[in-house]
Design a protein. Structure first.
Length: 247
């Protein structure tokens, strides 16, 4: 990403998993990284990793579902690093249950973080991007937002909603040279999949043509490309990173 020096990226869910890999990769490329998450202690470790390697980063504790807090966090980041060029909406939670056993709270909390949080991020960051007539918005969705999944109706609905949000925002912002794309990972080695038994992981692997579960870096590398100048003619797309699980 040779065009990255001086740019500022705001990455949600940056304390672990995919978000952590994205933040660290950006930091290694000369991007100033705003690392946002609800877990402050984990954020500080990520920021230390980046700064110890010569990058620039700041920790921003944030509940992405809080509209005013998201707006304030983006303003605070801009005051320190300058206007946001890149927004990666990645923060997510799961509350898996079958529909008949799912509570209203289970439904609302997942939609609040995994969909409303993405809306909040776009609304907060785009004024800076519009002023600069440049921006990259990348929404991390999921293969289950495309295929659905039993026991994950709330998560699948939110991730499918993120795809629709991506397409609508891409149409609204294209005239300002702001691209909006979604990345749909399949099974990736994160804290979420780490809770699965080895038998379940082995069964999942048999369904993946590349015969392995993905790594957070597999997703981070694509985020880096989509955020670059070389990807300037790509917008409104949902790009899968799933080892061929869904084609």
């Amino acid at each position: 990403m040779p065009d990255s020096d001086g740019r500022v990226a705001f990455v949600t869910g940056a304390s672990r998993g995919i978000g952590k890999a994205i933040a660290r990769l950006f930091g290694s490329q000369g991007v100033k990284v705003v690392c946002a998450s609800r877990t402050a202690a984990d954020l500080e470790r990520v920021v230390k990793d980046i700064t110890d390697s010569g990058g620039e980063a700041m920790a921003t504790p944030l509940d992405t579902a809080d509209t005013s807090a998201f707006s304030a966090a983006v303003i605070q980041a801009a005051e320190r690093f300058g206007p946001i060029h890149i927004l990666v909406n990645n923060a997510g939670i799961v509350r898996d249950k079958l529909i008949l056993r799912m509570s209203e709270t289970d439904w609302d909390s997942v939609l609040d973080v995994n969909l409303k949080g993405y809306f909040n991020g776009i609304k907060a960051a785009t004024p800076f991007m519009m002023k600069n007539r440049f921006g990259r918005i990348i929404n991390i969705t999921s293969v289950v937002g495309i295929t659905g999944n039993a026991g994950q109706s709330n998560y699948a609905a939110a991730k499918a909603g993120a795809i629709g949000l991506t397409k609508s925002a891409a149409k609204e912002l294209a005239s300002r040279n702001i691209t909006v794309n979604a990345i749909a990972p399949g099974y990736i080695e994160t804290d979420m999949t780490g809770q699965l038994s080895e038998d379940v992981k082995n069964e999942l692997t048999t369904q993946i043509p590349l015969k392995r579960i993905g790594s957070p870096d597999d997703v981070a590398q694509l985020v880096s490309f989509i955020a670059s100048d070389e990807a300037g003619y790509i917008t409104g797309q949902t790009i899968s990173v799933n080892g061929g699980l869904y084609m």
